[in-house]
Design a protein around this ligand. Structure first.
Ligand code: MG
Length: 498
């Protein structure tokens, strides 16, 4: 009984911290969607103050050693199942925070805040030299963070673990090298294929009509508009305040229909995950997403495997034509060819699903070498350009189209990039199992019957929260650990020579 009371107290404390985290999410959603730009500076101070409160609240969970005691009981096997998950995951969160000294956290926050501003300017001027001293500082702080957090093999382990708990550098390297060894020759072989003159889905597409279409698709896929909202922001994203209030954004372009469609279908995948979390367990790790990689697997599954399939457009393309008569002369085949075009390009966020992963692998190889002190920051542009040439076969004209294009490093995100590729790999592996377990899956998609997919993902992944780790869930659901094989098969089948 005593242990039960302790668990109840722990749940109360972690739930209180989650309320504050929801407030922070709301502040940043508001900043991206609603706030006038003038509010940015004071909002930043507001966010910093609330972040400080959250940090204190998490540390205070263990002020009387409640969490330490519970952790011992879990280690001794005296607390099991869901309660053990709550204790272990809260311990993970607490321990990582506790290991970082206050002065370090403050130095990191200040560095990132200034580095980000400099990066914006450096990118505008396409001048890496401007950003170089700041990236040096960030890398040295990240190395310091790794030594505070601790690791057994590579300092990069400690960083990747923040985004993809349980993933190691060695494991990531093995998986991504497999993928790279397949992709480089595969993409080269596609380039040799005679380029067909594909019609681009361009013209004037009125935004109000696009909004109706995007809402229609999101709802068809299962997004519950009575438990969330779809808004507009420069960079599409999904956030949640709780499973009954999930917000995502998309971004419209009135001459290119695909900008919003791709973003909407992607974010709907994220949003279905958030809406599928357990409201009953809200506040505890049992109602939190597993990892960034698993989260991304949900968005990529909808965006690419479903949203860029012939079956999907069998239903939706006639719908599109009805709404946009200017598509009248573009056949369904041409439309499909157009959204599945493969072409090596310079900008990661604009790349297709085949070449995308090489963009990630380049970043992974570079950031890992930086953290392991095998590469100097000043040499990053040179190495970047060489890798783009070697892997994608194209030349980088300037830093803005190369090393300066992403905000991740400037905002302290080192170890984050690989989770994008893991997402692609998880998605193909999950989908392969789903195909076996849902009869006539492709026909269901062609009939716009998406409920069985949502239910399958819900019961196999969403509802568990952090009950299982990423490594455990992929094994439990698909019978195998994460591998690049299913994604490679998927690409061969979809894009290979027929
Ligand atoms: Mg995403």
């Amino acid at each position: 009984l005593l242990n039960e009371k302790k668990i109840i107290e722990l749940k109360k404390r972690i739930t209180d911290a989650t309320y504050l985290a929801s407030v922070l999410n709301m502040l940043s959603w508001d900043q991206e969607v609603m706030m006038s730009p003038k509010g940015a500076e004071l909002r930043a101070q507001t966010v910093a103050a609330v972040s400080g409160l959250l940090h204190e609240k998490i540390l205070a969970i263990n002020h009387d050693a409640l969490l330490t005691n519970l952790k011992h009981l879990v280690d001794q096997g005296k607390i099991k199942n869901d309660d053990a998950v709550i204790v272990k995951e809260t311990w993970r969160l607490y321990e990582r925070k506790k290991k970082l000294p206050d002065a370090f956290v403050r130095e990191m926050a200040e560095t990132i805040s200034r580095a980000f501003t400099i990066w914006v300017e450096a990118r505008k001027k396409s001048d890496f030299k401007l950003f170089q001293p700041w990236l040096e500082k960030i890398i040295s702080l990240k190395r310091k963070e790794a030594s505070y957090v601790g690791y057994s093999d590579s300092p990069y382990d400690a960083l990747i673990d923040e985004y993809e708990p349980g993933m190691t550098t060695k494991n990531a390297e093995a998986i991504l090298e497999d993928l790279r060894n397949f992709l480089v020759p595969f993409i080269a072989s596609l380039k040799k294929r005679k380029k067909s003159l594909l019609p681009k889905i361009k013209g004037k597409f009125l935004i109000p009509d696009q909004i109706k279409l995007n809402n229609f698709i999101a709802e068809k896929l299962g997004f519950d508009l009575s438990a969330g909202r779809i808004d507009v922001s420069a960079h599409p994203f999904t956030t949640n305040f709780n499973p009954h209030d999930v917000r995502f954004t998309t971004s419209y372009n009135d001459t290119n229909l695909w900008v919003a469609l791709g973003a909407t279908i992607h974010e709907t995948g994220h949003a279905l995950y958030e809406q599928g979390l357990s409201a009953k367990h809200f506040g505890t790790p049992l109602a939190e997403a597993i990892s960034l990689g698993i989260h991304e697997s949900q968005s990529r599954l909808y965006e690419n495997i479903i949203g860029k399939s012939k079956a999907f457009w069998h239903y939706f393309y006639p719908e599109l034509k009805k709404r946009f008569p200017q598509l009248k002369k573009i056949s369904a085949t041409d439309f499909y060819e157009s959204i599945t075009r493969v072409e090596p390009s310079l900008i990661r966020t604009e790349s297709d699903e085949v070449t995308y992963n090489l963009h990630i692998i380049i970043r992974f190889e570079i950031e890992r070498a930086l953290i392991e002190s095998k590469l100097k920051v000043k040499d990053v542009p040179k190495v970047w350009n060489e890798k783009v040439k070697h892997y994608l076969g194209i030349s980088v004209p300037d830093d803005a189209h190369g090393v300066l294009q992403d905000m991740h490093w400037a905002s302290g995100g080192v170890g984050y990039f690989p989770t994008y590729s893991f997402g692609n790999l998880y998605s193909a592996q999950f989908y392969k199992t789903m195909e076996r377990q849902i009869p006539n899956l492709s026909q269901k998609i062609a009939d716009s019957e998406f409920k069985p997919i949502q239910i399958w993902l819900g019961k196999n992944i969403h509802i568990h929260g952090k009950r299982y780790s990423a490594a455990e869930i992929i094994k439990k659901v698909t019978g195998e650990p994460l591998t690049s094989r299913y994604f490679i098969d998927y690409l061969k089948e979809k894009y290979g020579q027929k």
